[in-house]
Design a protein around this ligand. Structure first.
Ligand code: C2E
Ligand code: MG
Ligand code: MG
Length: 298
């Protein structure tokens, strides 16, 4: 059985164009928007759609050269053990210093990097850079210090991720146990059989696996139990909701006891106040990060 859907873009003569080429191009922009907004719908053309498409194209063009022009940087957000307030590691967060736009936020350029495939090269750079930094720290006074790196969908789905992780570790003489890879829930659950294999290979290298933004995707609990996962990162939306919304507290409690039952550790994201830090510690959350402790730092 095949179920066919359609995404449709509509442009009108003469307001959206006076010749067929322009009308088709604009209908195409509108169709792309319809796909982006979830498919199976129609969109009428609006001038902003061309502007948005233009910005995407420019970002993609500039991103192609960002690595060689050394415009990419990693910033590091500290992570703390909540009970003891001991610094245990950092999450590496990518920054793009654009020559004219200033810092472009990752939520804006990572989707562009994904769509264009550029994320594969960028992700490799991130892994190597993070391992280099880790090795610097460890040869200083921080032997027991971990770095978490975000891995994108396209990177994860490629067969050579394991090779690129292990070569980054080898190149900088870093023990794999201090590297944590963060994958999102929806990414891991998309193809559970494939993910399971890939995760197991990464685990065999010795790296830690964390599920980022946990609670915002659609995890199958049955699969969660079977996948080799070390850490659940509780999404910021639940953490920030805890002070005002009893439901958020209930969800956080549930995630904490789920993690405990499955033998996984927990990290809370987006801790902005001392109250949140103490509440989460009291509820049994092992580690946390957030503006209360520190913003991502150069
Ligand atoms: P994420 O991995 O969930 O990272 C946490 C985000 O929350 C970061 O945003 C961080 O700056 C922000 N944050 C941390 N603490 C607080 C807080 O207390 N309050 C608030 N309001 N925000 C806080 P950022 O750096 O803009 O990164 C956004 C997303 O971009 C990341 O979400 C991650 O999914 C993605 N990303 C960042 N670096 C990389 C990378 O190297 N590779 C890939 N594939 N994705 C990356
Ligand atoms: Mg993350
Ligand atoms: Mg997150």
């Amino acid at each position: 059985e095949f179920i066919v859907g359609a995404s449709m873009g509509i442009s009108l003569y003469p307001s959206d164009g006076e010749d067929s080429a322009t009308l088709l191009r604009h209908a195409d922009d509108a169709m792309r928007r319809a796909k982006k907004s979830g498919r199976n719908q129609y969109q009428f053309y609006r001038a902003e759609m061309t502007e948005a498409a233009q910005v995407q194209l420019e970002l993609e063009r500039d991103l192609r050269r960002a690595i060689e022009l050394q415009q990419l940087e990693l910033h590091y957000q500290p992570q703390f053990e909540l009970l003891s307030n001991v610094l245990i590691g950092v999450e590496a967060l990518l920054r793009w210093r654009h020559p004219t736009r200033g810092y472009v936020p990752p939520l804006q350029f990572i989707p562009v990097a994904e769509d264009s495939g550029l994320i594969v090269g960028i992700g490799d750079w991130v892994l190597r850079e993070a391992c280099k930094q880790l090795s610097d720290w460890q040869s200083g006074h921080a032997e027991r210090f971990r770095v978490a790196v975000n891995v994108s969908a396209l990177q994860f789905e490629r067969h050579d991720l394991v090779e690129s992780v292990s070569s980054a570790l080898r190149e900088h003489h870093v023990n794999a146990c201090w590297l944590e890879l963060e994958l999102t829930e929806s990414l891991v659950m998309r193809d559970v059989a494939g993910s399971s294999l890939q995760l197991q290979k990464l685990r065999d290298l010795g790296v830690q696996i964390a599920i980022d933004d946990f609670g915002t995707g659609y995890s199958s609990l049955a699969y969660l139990q079977r996948l080799p996962i070390d850490v659940l990162k509780i999404d910021r939306s639940f953490v920030s909701g805890m002070m005002v919304d009893p439901d958020s507290v209930a969800i956080v409690r549930a995630v904490l006891s789920l993690a405990e039952a499955l033998g996984m550790s927990t990290t809370a994201e987006g801790i902005e106040t001392v109250e949140l830090a103490t509440t989460l510690a009291a509820l049994g959350c092992a580690t946390g990060q957030g503006y209360y402790f520190a913003k991502p730092l150069e």
